[in-house]
Design a protein around this ligand. Structure first.
Ligand SMILES: [Zn+2]
Length: 241
């Protein structure tokens, strides 16, 4: 098992050292990592690993049966032996962009639930644009303008974002219906990592997030498409405010 060290609230760490447990020409496994592995609608971090006698760039990071594999895009020297200490450096700008996007997604998902009673059926974030599928929903132009305006008003209030582990039964009791897919999280996962936006939203989530809403900038809804009956897909981008 690779320890996910960015959890619950170290998602601002982008340099670290860790011990190798397995390495090939293709990938490196560490006993613990701060790299985010792809999942939950958020792409993986990228960066580099360096050790005595070698260096590699990390092109992708993914979970494989509880292990986190850092896929090597390029390798200089020989792969590190198990037990070797490596220095990990995460592409901090990419991480920051993905964190801003992920917190922005929580803001929009909360507002749409509150204003339109629609839940988030799926989402995919990227560095430059993101999308959320809402159900049931049928938005018109005024609705989009309203979602964008209310999202940006929440961001301007600069609420604090906190991340913590909480007992599962407490989360189940406190989370609003439609704001989590708790039934999708296996029963044995307890405690749950929860992302709280002060006075505004609470949602179990394993992604990376900013510490204050003001870091997001400004949300601009750029597209809306119908994805079948009752499902609407919104796309948004972030602007520096
Ligand atoms: Zn999330």
């Amino acid at each position: 098992m690779t320890e996910l060290r960015y959890l619950p609230d170290a998602d601002d760490v982008t340099t670290f050292t860790a011990t190798v447990t397995e390495a090939t020409q293709e990938y490196v496994v560490l006993e613990g990592t701060y790299f985010y592995p792809e999942g939950g609608g958020q792409p993986a971090d990228r960066g580099t690993l360096e050790w005595d006698g070698g260096r590699a760039t990390v092109g992708n990071v993914r979970k494989d049966h509880g292990e986190v594999r850092h896929d090597l895009e390029s390798l200089e020297g020989e792969p590190p032996e198990p037990g070797t200490t490596v220095e990990g450096t995460i592409d901090a700008e990419r991480r920051r962009d993905l964190s801003r996007m992920h917190t922005a997604q929580h803001v929009v998902s909360r507002l749409v639930l509150e204003e339109f009673g629609a839940t988030t059926a799926g989402n995919q974030i990227h560095v430059d644009r993101s999308r959320i599928d809402f159900e049931p929903a049928d938005f018109d132009g005024d609705d989009l303008e309203r979602i964008q305006r209310l999202s940006n008003e929440a961001i301007e209030r600069d609420y604090a974002v906190t991340k913590a582990d909480r007992p599962r039964d407490a989360v189940e009791a406190a989370v609003d219906e439609g704001r989590s897919l708790l039934e999708m999280i296996p029963d044995h996962v307890d405690p749950l990592r929860v992302v709280d936006i002060e006075d505004f939203d609470m949602c179990p989530c394993g992604g990376t997030h900013v510490d204050r809403l003001g870091e997001i900038g400004r949300i601009e809804i750029t597209d809306r498409t119908s994805k079948g009956e009752n499902v609407e897909r919104l796309e948004f981008e972030l602007r520096d405010s």
